[in-house]
Design a protein around this ligand. Sequence first.
Ligand code: BGC
Length: 795
Amino acid sequence: MLRPRLIPPVDIFPPNPWAIEAVRYDGRMARELTGQAETMFALSNGYLGMRGVTEEGSPVREAGTYLNGFYENRPISYGERAYGFPTVGQSILNCPDGTVMKLFVDDEPLILPDAEILSYRRILDFRGGTLNRDVRWVTPSGKRLHLRTTRLVSLAHRHLAAIAYELTAENAAAEVVITSELRNDQPLATDTSDPRMAEGFVGRVLQPTGTRSEALRAILSYRTGSSGLVLGCGMDHVVEADCALAAQAGCDDDLATVVFRGVLAPGRTIRIHKYLSYHYASGADPAEIRSQVAWTLDRAVESGFPAILARQGQETARFWERADVTVESVNPRSQQVIRWNLFQLMQASERAEGHGIAARGLTGRTYEGHYFWDTEIYVLPFLIYTNPPMARSLLKVRYDMLDSARARARELGQRGATFPWRTINGEEASAYYAAGTAQYHINADIAYALRKYVEVSGDVDFLCRYGAEILVETARLWCDLGFFSDRMDGRFCIHGVTGPDEYTAIVNNNCFTNLMARENMRYAAETVRMLKRDYPDSFDALVRRTHLDADEPEAWDQAAERMYLPYDERLKVHPQDDAFLDLEKWDFAATPEDHYPLLLHYHPLNLYRSQVIKQADTVLALFLLSEQFTLEAKRRNFAYYDPLTTHDSSLSVCIQSIVANEIGLRDKAIHYFNFAVAMDISDLGGNMMHGAHIAAMGGTWLAMIYGFAGMRDAHGRLTFNPCLPEAWTRLGFCLQVRGQTIRIEITHSTATYGLVAGAGLTLWHGEDCVRLSEATPSVTKPVGGAAGGADASAP
Ligand code: BGC
């Protein structure tokens, strides 16, 4: 189940609240943990992502450069096909790698693991938004050299990345060759033993469509065979050297190089600023894409590296101002690891406008760069409260998929819309229907996130223009998918679905799904009525676009009202589905440690016929629909499901932490939180090398804000019931609510609510109403007493 594999050794990675910093080079570790380091030091802006490979290009596990939404179609092959199985999937593509700057001293390549290192630092700088290296080494012939690199993927210009490369000869003259490359090396090999890995392509995927090169600049362009996307990528260099430096450029379809040659006298330095640009568009003219690349490079060269770096720092500072969560803890690593998570959330989302967020962001190809429900349930709350425009953009991306979702519903014989379980372009790309298409709950998850966005941001305009249409189509789906069952006393039942727990599939009345569908239908009906009453023009437009029938909202209300929720009188819990409690319990005692995750060691049928859970399912409902359960119900359900949950998905422990916290299981709450927050940094899943788990990062934020700060926000009412873990002495964070910014500071004895920007708002501290205004910009309340309400009666 949950076992740490790699806790970064403190002597190499000392705690630093603002960085992941390696202060020593360990050649063996560098070779063994290449993949982990590539993920750990990956840079991304949400549009362009580069794994943390070193400039020397070796050791390397996967030199990945990814563009959000840049994919190729691939046929999905089935041994046995059935009607409605998707036949074409999508896979994110690896783009030409421009990070390579190989170094040869006296014609010997620099290979770090083999070099005699004098000093070494590699820093992922959370404040600067950069990846920096500072290495001094001595060559076998006794020459000491000093290399400093700064790499960034620009937050200000999303098509731009830059590397500052600075080499100094310390004690002797050195003949130096630096080969700067932009190389198209794909396709990459695929690990076919792990179903989570991306499918590989056989043969060439990017078809060359021309190159352009002049002086120190080269631009390559390609077209994908089937998805019709045109890619342009290029590099340019600005050199400043204390010696004569010859430069020779070469460019063919798959490799552009500029080779710099010179003799560095002792104490002299070569500085190369390398700029990289990536653009793509559907059906574009390759020459035009190459021009776009050239313009980005022109602009970068004109600005110069120092200005680009300064701007990066400003953008990063703006992020931290909005989204930092400060924790004072007896554990000196806490703040660092928390910020690592937040930094990853920034990297996955900051410039993702117009695109979704892939399960691994842009740090790896696992799950093929697909967008899942991870975004709506795990990442969107963070964005809703810290970056509402990005939350809006992500929901708009779902709206843009609505036509495909309508078509898919028709294909599946349903009314309304069914959003794809996994996708890049809006088409269902999930081949395994039992844990894919059957997860209809994604439709309600989108509706849930939409509601939260509208309630917290107050953006009714979005609801009128786009949101209502999503709600109508998803409510229609539920109403059509379920039925009033005579055998169940006319209750509305939904059969043949899979809930979040992928170790249980195709069940009747998954409790989570039924609860979320109920919310979806209720909110849709409410919204339609609100539009009719308050926004008649939007209502008319909605009716035109959806052919909404006047009776439909009432039908949704009825289905919601009569929704069947499984309940077991004897155990006093909600069965995860109709059959779950009848299954035999999984034999955990007989399961070897190395058989987790179970999905890699047991046939699905073994899992499906047992009470064994991959990730929070009913427990997730206890959190998302918190106001619909009593504390006692939460306790009982948690107590039943927690021991059955393997947490084989990274989406699980954060949710268990939140609910454990609420029901007073403080030790469990912090235990699960520690796993959530260290998911990647400690490689708990053993697959960090394939990319960062973005939902777990979002889940970490949820566990701090909804867990330890005890926030609940059902229907726009903001309530806090804080209770810090013993090891923490302070927790502080900002939230944006309806255009205003509040800051919350929590200690073991007080909670202070401050108005940072805006005219004022009302929130609740337990049962106490707190009114913040310009006249009363800050209110402090005691924590731990009756008003704190943090479940004093808990075991
Ligand atoms: C989980 C899904 C999740 C997916 C992508 C799977 O292991 O079971 O809930 O959406 O990973 O993160």
